[in-house]
Design a binder for this molecule. Structure first.
Ligand code: AHG
Length: 326
């Protein structure tokens, strides 16, 4: 019988393989899977519900907030809080972290960082968006309130990272430090099913991905690299949803770059919610992820919740090629 392994079955059967995988950790992963399904249901029906358009607010990094951003954010927070196995969260949409231990007396060792709906400028026009998450072991004692250090950890301390791509099909891709596995959502049975075991990024790809419209404000090195790509007739693909652009890069190889610009000299993308989790996935799949100073993203020091970074991420040989120009 052709029967797919569901996400729950996979998590439970792998619990013993990972030193970090206590029942608590596995339970957290399963709750993230369930929250993703609920977000996916709303993203898919967005045009039918009064949930498209701007919410009216501006988030901590100065971006306009969409109604669906707010919905997905509140859902993730509520879901993780009610799980009883998450000590607290930091979200791209909130200025401060949220400590669940205070009023709910939760003793969990784990905190979750997430971007509830990445690429939200694409929502209203039915283009792929994503949810990104990372799980850290908290540094403070379980009997104490959380502090900033519990969240501002280097990416190399992540115990798990993943994303959900709400695309033509919905996929959840994650790693707990071993292989990267991809699960496709089967709407008929309401489950994520293992469809892409042990994903590997090709050593070299045929696409590059960057918002070339900002080239006037890129460094000379990045512009030299772009000229080189154009002279090779290399195809450009840019969706404007990092999850979707990185997912394509993971599957087909190639490179995604968001460099520093005049508007955001240090880069636009947030280390905690976007760069670190996606870098962990790409590295575990055999790729590479650095910033414009050729520092490994996962080794970046994190000083505040909304710190940004430039990023050059993708196939190893493609990332190395960029380094020849910068
Ligand atoms: P947000 O989470 O606020 O929607 O940000 C989207 C990010 C990322 O997903 C994408 O790669 C990038 O912003 C697109 O930015 P530009 O529009 O500047 O290219």
């Amino acid at each position: 019988m052709d029967r797919r392994i569901t996400l729950d079955e996979f998590i439970i059967s792998n619990q013993h393989l990972n030193q970090n995988a206590s029942g608590e950790f596995s339970g957290l992963l399963r709750h993230l899977g369930i929250a993703s399904k609920i977000i996916n249901r709303v993203v898919n029906k967005a045009g039918l519900l009064d949930i498209l358009g701007l919410d009216g607010g501006i988030n901590s990094t100065g971006d306009s907030v969409q109604k669906l951003d707010t919905y997905a954010n509140e859902l993730m927070i509520e879901y993780l809080k009610n799980s009883g196995i998450c000590a607290g969260v930091a979200s791209e949409e909130n200025d401060e972290f949220i400590d669940f231990t205070i009023d709910s007396n939760i003793k969990s060792s784990y905190v979750v960082v997430f971007d509830p709906l990445d690429g939200s400028s694409n929502i209203d026009v039915n283009i792929s968006v994503g949810t990104i998450f990372g799980i850290y072991k908290r540094l403070s004692h379980v009997d104490r309130p959380l502090d900033l250090h519990d969240f501002c950890q280097q990416g190399n301390k992540l115990v798990a990272a993943g994303y959900v791509l709400h695309g033509t099909s919905t996929m959840l891709v994650y790693t707990t430090g071993g292989p990267v596995n991809g699960f496709t959502y089967d709407r008929g049975i309401g489950e994520f099913c293992l469809s892409h075991p042990e994903m590997k990024i090709p050593e070299k790809g045929k696409y590059y991905s960057i918002n070339q419209g900002y080239s006037n404000s890129f460094s000379e090195g990045i512009n030299e690299y772009l000229k080189h790509m154009a002279s090779n007739n290399t195809a450009l693909r840019y969706i404007g949803s990092m999850v979707a652009d990185v997912h394509r890069t993971l599957c087909l190889g190639g490179i995604f770059i968001y460099p520093g610009t005049l508007k955001s000299p240090e880069g636009k993308l947030r280390i905690l919610y976007e760069c670190n989790p996606l870098s962990m996935i790409i590295e575990k799949a055999g790729g590479k992820s650095i910033n414009e100073k050729n520092q490994r993203i996962l080794d970046s020091e994190v000083f505040n919740l909304h710190q940004k970074s430039s990023i050059i991420i993708g196939s190893k040989l493609d990332v190395d090629e960029v380094l020849l120009f910068i």
